[in-house]
Ligand binder design. Structure first.
Ligand code: ADP
Ligand code: ADP
Ligand code: MG
Length: 665
């Protein structure tokens, strides 16, 4: 067994690996970028070494630097986590050459499975069922178009080297095929440095069911059951569960055995995942991921095993701890991926400081895997995942209830998150009824991402109370404890001021709130609504509560300048305190100025200065984190300035191009 390992990753997965290593008595070395000098994984590790500037290409992807750190610190093995160097056969080879153990499969398995096309050719030979398609070497458009016609539309164009949902295009008809291939190739070239594509029949209502496999160096290979990852957005997993609901045992066994056959066909060692699509009782191999998967915790929850411990033991040459017939599963687990992104803006990644962060309490039913703490920055350089929330219980229904409760308790302020979206999925009757397939989220989009609604009365009342409490704190008790509002409330009454007028900005509308002091609390008038009675206001441990029209409502109110965020039982309301002196600053219209909706990289500039454009003409392609975003003309006009070129990094809000608009869109 190793005495010391290096973790070549960051964020939650680095923390996750360190935790197991520590439990096994293995010392850990973290590597980090300059931006991550104060990160949680750095703090958790026994030793930490900076390997370069913030961009991953200059730090986390620099294999030779990672190896140099391993040499210097005496780490005997490297755990690559997922992403970054985890599926880089060249890095695994370099580790071997340097005499450091790569905690992962043999180089050849990484290489073969890293190509979706090559792996499908191999799987066909091992009698693993495949989605009908084309995975040949010829890449000219004529061949591809002819193959697409043979397969029959809709077809899916996939980057052979792809991952994370990138480089994938659904094509519904022949006329859209050439553009889709060009788009997939461009994305694939940029993301993976390899633009070869394959084609698959696009299944219309499949479930994504994947098998966790494990093999050791003694020739044994087992499967640790399956995970259902059908809840996806843009082909990326959002919520995963284990076991797959309503999967017949006979299919489960056949899938497990097919996955073991797939692993054995490449001489696999360590943890791997064989992904299948499951539709109408049939299952079809799509790819194998030769690493620890993001969603591995759901498997850990139902098997009671630690997969990172297994990885380390196998890498140290030990046999698998259990044989197939010793593996048992119990209960049901869900994982939800909590991201800094804005569902209201087509899930654009969000960045910012985690001003307030309070995860639900962990215990036998709730697990939180995270790499960030309150005060940390979510930057544009890395994956905007804040945490993975994992829950377990004896039955699917009970686990789903745990998921809803834990999501409602998850408090994040400072960056916009998908937590309400996750909560809406967890509460959806069709999800509970197991009516799931990869189209679930798109199909239910309107209920899962409802249009923004005005802040309801309790939100306004709690916001107003918190403002008054804060003012009272400043006026009555300049040096006193700001968390002790009772004294402060008395303070206002002594001021002989029997009502208070406040105004908030709520999205585009202005909301007036008037509080009248009453012997037992307040009467609150809200513009255009019946007055509400507020009693028993309490503020304890940062939580504000009040009985509003007879109902006790609790909330955490976080204030940043004029911005208030009210978190109450999974709802997140945002209001801006309308300070008359701050008004008028944003009167400017900005028509014709096209700004970056998110921080990212300019992929392509599609127009030149002086060019006439129509409404909807694509002007520029931006890419951030995982997605490409097209900037289009808001109306007919002429491009008068192009401020950035392909390859430039831009921050949110910068002016990308200027249009002289002749006709508004
Ligand atoms: P998994 O299959 O393990 O659940 P995904 O399919 O979500 O993981 O992602 C596949 C790969 O893409 C992983 O290696 C992961 O690290 C990487 N990845 C996932 N999300 C992002 C992201 N936002 N930015 C960059 N890479 C990502
Ligand atoms: P990645 O490497 O990005 O994970 P995958 O091949 O694993 O790519 O596919 C990711 C997701 O895309 C699948 O989980 C599924 O939802 C969808 N998908 C992939 N292939 C097909 C297909 N042939 N038909 C329908 N959906 C597909
Ligand atoms: Mg996949």
């Amino acid at each position: 067994m190793f005495d010391k390992i290096l973790i070549a990753n960051r964020g939650e997965i680095a923390c996750r690996v360190i935790k197991t290593a520590r439990r096994l008595g293995i010392r850990t070395v973290a590597v980090h970028s300059e931006a991550d000098a104060g990160a949680r994984h750095v703090e958790m590790a026994d030793e930490a070494v900076c390997i370069g500037p913030a961009p991953a290409a200059e730090s986390y992807l620099r294999g030779e630097r990672v190896l140099e750190v391993a040499r210097r610190t005496g780490a005997q093995a490297i755990h690559p986590g997922y992403g970054f160097l985890s599926e880089n056969a060249g890095f695994a080879e370099a580790c071997a050459a340097a005499g450091v153990v790569f905690i992962g499969p043999p180089t050849e398995a990484i290489r073969v499975m890293g190509s979706k096309a090559e792996s499908k050719r191999l799987m066909a030979g091992a009698d693993v069922p495949l989605v009908p398609g084309y995975h040949g070497a010829a890449q000219d458009l004529d061949t591809l178009a002819a193959e697409a016609g043979r397969i029959g539309y809709p077809v899916l164009v996939k980057a052979s080297a792809g991952g994370g949902g990138k480089g994938m295009r659904v094509v519904r008809e022949a006329s859209a095929f050439a553009d889709a291939v060009a788009g997939a190739k461009r994305e694939a070239k940029a993301a993976f440095g390899d633009d070869s594509v394959l084609l698959e029949k696009y299944l219309t209502r499949p479930r994504h069911v994947e098998i966790q496999v494990f093999a050791d160096t003694h020739g044994r290979c087992v499967y640790l059951f399956e995970r259902d990852c059908s809840l996806q957005r843009r082909h990326q997993k959002v919520i995963e569960e284990a076991p797959a609901p309503a999967l017949p045992d006979e299919i489960r066994t056949r899938m497990g055995e097919a996955a073991v056959a797939a692993a054995q066909a490449v001489g696999y060692v360590g943890a791997g995942t064989v992904e299948f699509l499951y539709e109408d009782g049939g299952f079809y191999f799509i790819e194998m991921n030769t690493r620890l998967q993001v969603e591995h915790p759901v498997t850990e929850m139902i098997t009671g095993l630690d997969l990172v411990e297994w990885q380390i033991r196998v890498a140290a040459g030990e046999p698998l701890p259990l044989a197939q017939d010793q593996l048992v599963r119990r209960g049901h687990a869900f994982e939800a991926r909590l991201y800094a992104e804005d569902p209201q803006r087509d899930f654009l990644p969000a960045i910012g400081r985690l001003v307030h962060l309070r995860p639900p309490e962990e215990g036998p039913h709730v697990r939180v895997d995270t790499g960030v703490r309150q005060g940390d920055q979510v930057s544009m350089f890395y994956d905007p995942m804040i945490a993975k929330l994992i829950v377990w219980d004896e039955t699917r229904d009970a686990a789903l209830r745990r998921l809803r409760t834990a999501l409602a308790a998850y408090e994040v302020v400072g960056v916009t998150t998908n937590v309400a979206f996750l909560g809406a999925i967890a509460a959806h009757p069709a999800f509970r009824a197991m009516e799931i397939d990869t189209g679930f989220i798109d199909r239910h989009r309107d209920t899962l991402v409802p249009p923004p609604a005005p802040v309801p009365a309790p939100g306004l009342v709690l916001a107003a109370l918190s403002v008054l409490l804060a003012r009272g704190a400043a006026a009555a008790h300049p040096s006193g404890d700001p968390h002790s509002p009772w004294r402060l409330v008395n303070g206002w009454r002594l001021n002989d001021d029997n009502h208070h007028d406040l105004r908030f900005q709520d999205g585009d509308s202005s909301r007036a709130v008037t509080l009248h002091f009453r012997p037992d609390g307040y009467e609150v008038e809200l513009e255009g609504q019946a007055a509400v009675r507020v009693q028993r206001v309490r503020c304890e441990g940062g939580e504000l509560s009040a009985v509003i029209d007879g109902v006790r409502v609790r909330a955490t109110v976080v204030r940043q300048g004029y911005e208030l965020t009210i978190l109450s039982d999974g709802a997140v309301w945002r209001l801006t305190l309308d300070d008359p002196t701050a008004r008028g600053a944003d009167a400017e219209g900005g028509s014709g100025r096209l700004t970056a909706p998110m921080p990212g990289t300019v992929v392509r500039v599609l127009v030149g200065e002086g060019q006439a454009v129509e409404r909807g003409t694509p002007l520029m392609l931006l890419e951030a984190m995982k997605m490409e975003h097209t900037i289009t003309a808001p109306g007919r006009g002429t491009v008068t300035a192009v401020n950035y070129a392909a390859g430039d990094q831009v921050s949110e809000g910068v002016e990308l191009l200027v249009l002289e608009i002749e006709e508004e869109g």
